[in-house]
Design a protein. Structure first.
Length: 136
């Protein structure tokens, strides 16, 4: 059920055997993302449960889900970019059906993220699912 953009990341990861190369690739994904407008970095868009500062700004247009986001940590910004590839462009009703943990496991991220980063990733996924469920 992954989007073509997420499948492209999975393919990239298949060529990167070393975890440090994969980690750098995630960071590069985040660096390539447009920064979130400062006006959107408000309490309503802040994700709690993350060790770093994280903001997610969801937009639903014509039943299609997408979100923008930002973080003060490079690796978390990269994780946001990966989640955007996973979710952006899906019909809003499909978003809660995505098994994000399984999809992220395809990248081998689960065993390489610290407990705090894993908790933050779960918090971001939960926020995305909540917004989509409320909007569906």
């Amino acid at each position: 059920m992954a989007t073509p953009a997420f499948e492209e990341i999975v393919e990239d990861f298949e060529f990167l055997e070393d975890w440090e190369d994969r980690y750098r690739h995630v960071i590069e994904q985040g660096k390539a993302m447009e920064p979130l407008d400062e006006a959107l970095k408000v309490p309503a868009t802040k994700v709690h449960g993350c060790a770093s500062q994280v903001w997610l700004h969801p937009v639903i247009e014509n039943g299609i889900f997408r979100f923008d986001g930002d973080s003060d940590a490079l690796i978390v910004r990269g994780l946001i970019a990966v989640l955007r590839a996973l979710y952006n462009g899906l019909p809003v009703a499909e978003v809660p059906k995505v098994d994000a943990r399984a999809e992220m496991a395809r990248l081998g991220l689960n065993e390489h993220l610290s407990a705090q980063r894993s908790n933050g990733l779960r918090a971001m996924i939960e926020r995305i699912r909540e917004v989509a469920t409320e909007s569906a």
